[in-house]
Design a protein around this ligand. Structure first.
Ligand code: SF4
Ligand code: SF4
Length: 82
């Protein structure tokens, strides 16, 4: 799951372009929105490629982390997808 600082965003659309899970879409106003947050695998590509340093990845809250935690550590760590 990601957050971004709107005042740092220059509306370039890169975060949506680089997301391998297609979780980000660009709104009519040019700003991004994460429309499928639970599909985020927390890869960090959006944050690394954001020219404004606006994107932040909240690690450990997406489905990928939930699967890793459950598989490797036996933790029940649901991500809201059932
Ligand atoms: S990559 Fe950064 S600056 Fe570009 S649209 Fe996304 S949040 Fe805004
Ligand atoms: S961290 Fe990766 S999967 Fe999640 S929104 Fe960013 S680019 Fe997409």
């Amino acid at each position: 799951m990601i957050t971004y600082e709107r005042d740092k965003c220059i509306k370039c659309g890169t975060c949506a372009d680089v997301c391998p899970r297609l979780t980000i879409e660009i709104c009519d106003d040019g700003y991004p929105a994460q429309v499928r947050p639970h599909d985020c695998m927390e890869c960090g590509a959006c944050a690394v490629n954001c020219p404004g340093g606006a994107v932040h990845v909240a690690a450990g809250v997406g489905c990928f982390s939930a699967l890793v935690n459950e598989t490797l550590f036996g933790k029940r760590a649901g991500c809201g997808c059932g």
